[in-house]
Ligand binder design. Structure first.
Ligand SMILES: [Zn+2]
Length: 408
């Protein structure tokens, strides 16, 4: 057996984590919980009884060793879709794809449209009755539900997908019956879900264009001859890529809110533990999954709770001013930088059960929100990234330490 309990690895809690109280502290935030659970050795096998496991048995998110920032970014993206998704950059074999696929057990519930076109009650609340299809408009008027609560899903956009798979094409079955009908594509299926694109830097240009259009507008229209259809397409975009295999177009890079540079584990104890867990999962996935079942359920519930609390989380003006100052001093032009910075801070505060964003929240998420914003050239990426990381760390220290009244 490879599952002896070992002490928490040092360094599994990032330096910027909030200090723990003396004694054995209660878990005060989702982040602490995740750090603690994931830093723990595997417990001995529990009973093989488990319920509701899917056919495919993904590696449990909480069993991933190390990679705190990647895990935090993914969880924050689940809490607040408005932060703009996550881009994971790193060499092969660093667990990027495993981490994204393992999110299926943590996905929260959200209102799911009962309609083919994805209409939701909030569309009516925001845009009036014309914002939904005629059928839903009638239902809304008659007080019938337009949606039910359902788990957010993980939808993958595979590299070999054709444009008509992505946006939808003519439905062959309907065409055989002399009718023209447009089939829902991956982008429509991704509405209100997670859309995962592995090797996003290797996507064909026409697919990238379709993805960017949908991401920018939250909907898209397909025209095929006399038929056209418009679909909602409001997804949380998660991408992963190995920067050594090609650049990412600047437009799509700008689309991603958070950017995490995933490096191979350096600590040999951590590498050994990661190896053991992967081997054990290969041999007996149910054993690994059941060892994390309770913790996974707890983290999922906390994500759901944080998501529900998010609308109440406010960003005080003085904290916003600090964030804007940071963005200005980084010479970042994209407006998306501060949107991501602020929305991520709100998600981080919600995860910790707080309703007011603090400077510490800003500090905790600033690196992932602001790195790799200044340039689209990936060739010198590693070298530049190192410099930028140091500069960003220095700026965070100097800017966020300043009392507000001394800022110019
Ligand atoms: Zn509808």
């Amino acid at each position: 057996m490879t599952d002896e309990v070992r002490p928490e690895p040092e360094g599994s809690i990032p330096a910027d984590a909030q200090p723990l109280a003396e004694g054995t502290p209660p878990v005060r935030s989702l982040r602490e919980l995740i750090d603690r659970v994931t830093g723990r050795g595997l417990t001995p096998a529990q009973s093989a009884e488990e319920s509701g496991l899917a056919e495919v048995l993904p590696f449990p998110f909480l069993a991933l060793v190390g990679q705190s920032e990647m895990k935090l970014a993914l969880v924050l993206a689940l809490i607040n879709p408005a932060l703009g998704g996550v881009l994971l950059l790193g060499p092969r074999g660093t667990g990027k794809t495993t981490a994204v696929r393992s999110l299926v057990d943590l996905l929260p519930e959200a209102p799911r449209s009962l309609c083919y076109y994805g209409c939701l009650p909030e569309d009516v609340e925001k845009g009036g009755i014309d914002a939904v299809c005629p059928d839903c408009a009638r239902k809304y008027a008659q007080g019938e539900p337009l949606a039910k609560m359902d788990h957010v899903r993980l939808v993958e956009l595979p590299l070999n997908a054709r444009l008509e798979d992505v946006v939808g094409g003519v439905d062959e079955r309907a065409a055989a019956n002399q009718r023209m009908r447009v089939k829902r594509g991956i982008l429509a299926q991704a509405d209100r879900n997670l859309l995962y694109v592995d090797e996003v830097n290797l996507l064909e240009d026409d697919i990238v264009d379709a993805l960017l259009d949908a991401a920018a507008q939250g909907s898209y229209t397909v025209r095929r001859g006399p038929v056209s259809a418009t679909y909602w397409s409001r997804f949380i975009l998660i991408g992963s890529m190995n920067p050594e295999e090609g650049e990412l177009r600047p437009q799509i890079q700008d689309r991603f809110g958070l950017r995490v540079v995933v490096r191979p584990l350096e600590d040999s104890q951590e590498r050994l533990e990661a190896y053991r867990r992967v081997q054990l999962h290969r041999a007996n996935p149910r054993q690994v999954i059941s060892a994390y079942l309770d913790d996974t359920a707890q983290v999922q519930a906390e994500i759901q709770l944080a998501r529900e609390c998010l609308p109440k989380v406010v960003l005080p003006d003085e904290v916003a001013a600090q964030g804007l100052n940071l963005v200005a001093q980084m010479h970042i032009e994209s407006l998306r930088a501060e949107i991501t910075l602020f929305e991520t801070s709100r998600a981080y505060a919600a995860a910790a059960g707080r309703q007011v964003v603090s400077g510490d929240d800003l500090r905790a998420v600033a690196p992932m929100a602001l790195r790799l914003r200044r340039s689209g050239f990936m060739q010198e990426y590693f070298a530049r990234q190192k410099d930028e990381e140091a500069e960003l760390a220095g700026l965070i220290d100097s800017v966020l330490e300043q009392p507000t009244n001394k800022r110019t």
